[in-house]
Design a protein around this ligand. Structure first.
Ligand SMILES: [Zn+2]
Length: 261
């Protein structure tokens, strides 16, 4: 028993390897998976790192050697990812799917405000110290996301005869939205960057989980009946969803391409 435990301790279920190649350092998250038959390495766009899935009995030494052999591949894949864009003065990012330029207005009153631009590009003014643009803008975007998600969830919940569920906003990288067993809904605040139909669809999707806690044919039938944009929004998320993680200061942690549950 004790021996068994010490072997288990020597084989942690997860961990991180730092991979050095061509002057760059890459983070590789280790995931031990009971059903894995071999090493599988993949690069994650949302978190800009790599994950190495390992068979249960594989040694950390073999895992590290496998990662080392594939370091060049990891580097190429990470460099191919679209560049990250911070929330700073002059940057253009999508707000409700529309190109929006950040304009720092240090002397102005008010915190954040939006104006329509003459050329179709909206301008989002951010007052105060330039060092706080990122935080101030995130707070504003989260507030906007909350207002719109509360409205959309309220609408769809009423449509199917459910009471308003509690809503939490997070900066998730694994899911755009989720529904807990107790009926609380979670959403990524980054949905405010996507076209409004996509945000509304996510609200409808999670509300439908209040009826069906699965992705059965009945679930999709209900979702499409209350939200005709369901298929178009799913297609949009598959094609462009990862791009929403480029904006704002870099964050670490989480998993692969976000999906809805
Ligand atoms: Zn779902």
């Amino acid at each position: 028993m004790r021996l068994f435990r010490s072997i288990e301790n020597a084989r942690p279920q997860s961990g991180v390897i730092e991979l050095r190649h061509d002057g760059e350092t890459y983070r590789v998250q280790l995931r031990r998976v009971d059903t894995a038959r071999r090493f599988i390495l993949r690069v994650r766009g949302a978190t800009r790192d790599a994950v190495l899935t390992m068979p249960r009995r594989a040694s950390l030494k073999d895992a590290a050697e496998f990662a080392e052999r594939n370091a060049a591949w990891v580097g190429v894949r990470l460099r191919r990812l679209p560049q990250q864009v911070g929330f700073v003065d002059g940057v253009v990012f999508p707000l409700r799917g529309a190109p929006t330029r950040i304009v720092h207005a240090p002397g102005a009153r008010g915190v954040v405000w939006l104006t329509a631009g003459e050329t179709g590009e909206q301008k989002l003014y951010v007052a105060g110290d330039g060092a706080h643009i990122d935080r101030r803008l995130r707070d504003w975007l989260k507030t906007q996301a909350r207002i719109e998600l509360v409205a959309a969830v309220g609408h769809y919940a009423q449509t199917i005869g459910k009471s308003m569920p509690p809503i939490t906003l997070k900066d998730t990288t694994t899911r755009w939205g989720s529904c807990s067993a107790s009926g609380a809904l979670n959403f990524s605040w980054r949905l405010i960057l996507a076209p409004t139909d996509v945000l509304k669809y996510l609200a409808a999707h999670e509300v439908c989980h209040l009826v069906h806690m699965n992705h059965s044919a009945r679930f999709w039938k209900l979702c499409r009946s209350i939200c005709p944009e369901t298929d178009a929004a799913e297609a949009w998320l598959k094609a462009h969803g990862l791009d929403l993680y480029r904006y704002g200061a870099k964050r670490v942690g989480g998993a692969t391409r976000p999906v809805t549950f």
